[in-house]
Design a binder for this molecule. Structure first.
Ligand SMILES: Nc1ncnc2c1ncn2[C@@H]1O[C@H](COP(=O)(O)OP(=O)(O)O)[C@@H](O)[C@H]1O
Ligand SMILES: [Mg+2]
Length: 393
């Protein structure tokens, strides 16, 4: 099937769009990225998204409007990439849309009671004519899971090493890891959880300290000019999230704009200057990842595969190499997968599995009581033809 994956993460930087060819079934699934592009959000749209993630700043009215307006951006991005690839919408079988998380409700005991993604699938199906699978997290949560990380199932399907344990580390707005047992080991389960803040705190700090001129610390330029304040770093690392056992997930509710602004004023009270703040928050990202491995990796990890925008930050990557040694730190490209469009590809694969009626989670990964078929299907113009094609194949 030809499937478009649409992903917008907690960084709210833009929508990643991937046209993929997905065939086969677990054990022999093939997933090829045919074409990928990121459509950056206009600054005003990004501000609207970040505002809607904050209950004290937004309203039901604003969230309702964002749900359809952002869906129009997703749909138009899909149409644009179809054109870029020299295809037509009729050649696309499905869209798999993650949407935009506004709220991931973690209870005091660490369970997830709700995870709320906007981006109205009806708008995508209406504008593109393509049957759209969306709202992937809700079913796993209904089955007692965290509803995240969802990429880990695809890591499990596609990225196990024949002989050694691998950690697949995404560094988006939040960080998340999948510890994968080797293919040769058919008794160990994989483990997955959110490691903590990836770029989210850093992005807000960079924007504040450059008066909005930068939306992130490009290539770690600010962090390079500052020294890590070890005392403040230790304080930051005492946040209870890091020592909590898995399964566990987090989001902007805990490590978003409000937290970043609080930390900035705390840092100023400690007498830190702007670059020291960025350097220390950069160290927080690398160190919370390394600490999570020390605490929770079920076996020595020989290889770490980085993905997500944070892998473009050389200061984060340099610190990780040091902290995770002797593990080899690689990127997805080193094992044959594009890093930039991995998550968009994942949602194309998850949409494929939903269409085929197959579960796309493992209880070991999300903590659910059982694996479930994820998402909701919104029929597009191609729906009846797609059903006929599936029945006869
Ligand atoms: N060249 C770069 N230097 C430093 N950070 C970068 C660079 N490119 C991307 N990033 C970081 O990656 C983030 C986007 O990562 P992404 O994987 O898209 O996250 P999400 O999945 O949360 O949207 C940006 O907000 C920024 O913090
Ligand atoms: Mg992004």
């Amino acid at each position: 099937m030809i499937i478009i994956g649409l992903m917008s993460g907690t960084s709210a930087d833009g929508v990643d769009v991937a046209i993929c060819e997905i065939n086969g079934q677990p054990g022999a699934i093939t997933a090829t990225l045919l074409h990928g592009a990121t459509f950056q959000y206009a600054p005003a749209l990004r501000q609207r998204i970040l505002k809607c993630c904050d209950p004290t700043e937004s309203s039901v009215e604003e969230i309702a409007a964002l749900n359809v307006d952002l869906a129009a951006v997703f749909a138009d991005s899909a149409l644009e990439i179809i054109q870029q690839a020299g295809l037509t919408a009729e050649q696309i079988d499905l869209v798999g849309s993650h949407g935009q998380t506004l709220w991931h409700n973690v209870t005091a005991s660490g369970e997830v009671s709700a995870s709320f993604q906007v981006v109205e699938a009806s708008v995508i199906a209406e504008r593109t004519g393509i049957t759209t699978v969306s709202n992937f997290r809700a079913r796993d949560i209904a089955a007692g899971g965290q509803g995240a990380p969802l990429t880990s199932y695809v890591d499990w399907l596609l990225l196990r090493h024949p002989e050694h344990w691998r950690a697949i580390q995404n560094i988006g707005g939040m960080g998340n890891v999948t510890f994968l047992p080797p293919l040769a080991d058919d008794t160990s389960d994989p483990i997955a959880f959110d490691t903590g803040p990836g770029n989210a705190l850093l992005d807000i700090a960079a924007a504040q300290l450059t008066d909005g001129a930068w939306t992130y610390d490009h290539d770690g330029q600010l962090a390079r000019q500052g020294r890590v304040n070890e005392e403040w770093l230790d304080e930051l690392l005492s946040h209870p999230y890091y020592s909590r056992g898995y399964p566990k997930t987090t989001g902007r509710e805990t490590f978003g704009t409000a937290a970043a602004l609080r930390l900035l004023s705390e840092a100023r009270e400690h007498g830190l200057d702007g670059n020291e703040i960025i350097a220390t928050l950069t160290a927080l990202t690398a160190t919370n990842i390394a600490d999570a491995y020390n605490r929770f990796a079920p076996a020595p990890v020989q290889e770490v595969i980085l993905g997500g925008g944070g892998r473009h930050n050389p200061v984060i990557v340099g610190m990780l190499r040091e902290l995770l040694a002797p593990a080899r730190v690689l990127i997805h490209e080193d094992i044959g997968m594009n890093s930039d469009f991995k998550e968009a590809l994942v949602f194309a694969i998850l949409a494929h599995e939903t269409w085929e009626g197959r579960p796309a989670t493992l209880p070991a990964l999300t903590g659910a009581l059982k694996p479930t078929v994820l998402g909701q299907i919104t029929p597009g113009d191609n729906y009846a033809a797609l059903l006929r094609q599936t029945w006869t194949s």
